[in-house]
Design a protein around this ligand. Structure first.
Ligand SMILES: C[S@@+](CC[C@H](N)C(=O)[O-])C[C@H]1O[C@@H](n2cnc3c(N)ncnc32)[C@H](O)[C@@H]1O
Length: 373
């Protein structure tokens, strides 16, 4: 059994996504933001479908029920299980999160379980405790500033890191998923280093609008931020929250829109404003980053990003695909099919900062173009 975590209002879309991707999956919602998946096909096929879901923020692969009769008993059982399973001395992360019946009230119980686990490790296996302490901890309670740099706020998994997830769904019951290294590092985009896949981006009141949170969250999920000296094209840039972040960090931005950006950004020497149609703009030379948050029909934004990566006009990209009303999210399947042929890595995700939209972001790579045939 595998568990997916989504935002409450997008669980039905996750269900539809998996129903399209897998032959006869058993899909059982557990409350409003957890989906249980049992798939009869091969692990490779299932893994591939799970890896491409836009509406799952976190997966607990190969999860099983784990009773929590008391905090002490659960902590003892967990540590007994990990001795011999987790590589001694190697780094690992432990996400203990509440959902369903316990929700926020369960957070305190999760903290108590964590403390009891640490105590058990101290008594019984100090080398595992050392591995746990070797990884910087980021929780959804620690908001991360968007500017001037967000690098290192929550590092991606290293090849030697394992991940243990315990999802507390009632005071006495949890689901447990253990992913031994190097699986977490191989699962970029669907196994999140952030607990429950929730990325906390701090509010930046100096940005022209709240849209900055989408770019900041995409960078955090990529584990890569736009750096000083890099070049960006920002399509549909006004009023300028996406342009604002890279120029704050010393990058240069060609901002394309039909309307001007906020006045201070129009005067910023790091910004070159190009008034015109985002869909017709082609840079003279390839740039480091394509940023695109243009309001357009989904097929147009999908076509645009595919053209840019196929033509290798950028090294990295962050593009929003916007929908109207009750949308046909199956259009995102075009990206799932086409992107792997052109890019080194990509993620497709309904971000915490997204409304009725999703973002696709990733790295084209520096090598020769892949065979697109
Ligand atoms: C959601 S806003 C972008 C917000 C921006 N990312 C920010 O952070 O401030 C979308 C922008 O797309 C622009 N837009 C829509 N269609 C366009 C087109 N065909 N060419 C250029 N700009 C376009 C609109 O003028 C609008 O400013």
């Amino acid at each position: 059994m595998h568990l997916a975590l989504s935002a409450p209002d997008t669980l039905p879309f996750l269900r539809e996504e998996l129903a399209r991707a897998l032959p006869s999956p058993m899909l059982e919602p557990q409350g409003d933001s957890v989906l249980m998946l049992k798939a009869p096909g091969s692990w490779d096929e299932t893994r591939n479908a799970m890896g491409l879901t836009a509406f799952a923020r976190q997966w607990l692969p190969q999860a099983r029920v784990f009773p929590v009769p008391s905090i002490r008993v659960a902590a003892e059982a967990l540590v007994t299980e990990w001795i011999g399973t987790l590589p001694d001395g190697a780094p690992w992360r432990l996400h203990i999160e509440p959902r369903l019946g316990v929700a926020e009230a369960g957070r305190h119980r999760c903290e108590l379980i964590r403390e009891a686990v640490v105590e058990q490790l101290r008594k019984r296996r100090r080398s595992l405790l050392k591995g746990l302490e070797a990884v910087p901890k980021t929780t959804s309670a620690d908001p991360i500033g968007a500017c001037p740099s967000i690098r290192g706020a929550c590092p991606l998994f290293e090849a030697q890191e394992s991940l243990v997830q315990l999802l507390l769904v009632s005071p006495e019951m949890a689901f447990l998923s253990v992913l031994v290294a190097p699986e977490p590092a191989r699962s970029l985009g669907w196994i999140s280093p952030f607990a429950s896949g929730e990325v906390p981006v701090a509010v930046d009141k100096a940005a022209p609008s709240r849209a900055f949170a989408k770019l900041a969250e995409s960078e955090l999920r990529m584990g890569r931020s736009i750096a000083a000296g890099e070049t960006c094209v920002d399509l549909g840039a006004a009023p300028g929250s996406w342009t604002y972040q890279p120029v704050q960090r010393g990058a240069r931005v060609v901002a394309v829109d039909r309307s001007p950006l906020r006045e201070d950004l129009m005067r910023n020497p790091g910004v070159t404003f190009h008034q015109g149609d985002a869909f017709r703009f082609v840079p003279e030379t390839p740039v480091d980053w394509l940023l695109c948050d243009v309001i357009a029909a989904p097929e147009r934004s999908i076509g645009l990003v595919l053209e840019w990566v196929r033509e290798r006009r950028c090294r990295h990209f962050v593009v929003t695909v916007k929908f109207k009303g009750h949308a046909d999210y199956a259009q995102l399947d075009v990206l799932k099919r086409e992107m792997p042929r052109h890019v080194a890595s990509f993620q497709l995700m309904h971000l915490c900062a997204n409304k009725n939209e999703a973002c696709v972001f990733g790295t084209v790579g520096d090598g020769a173009p892949k065979d697109a045939g």
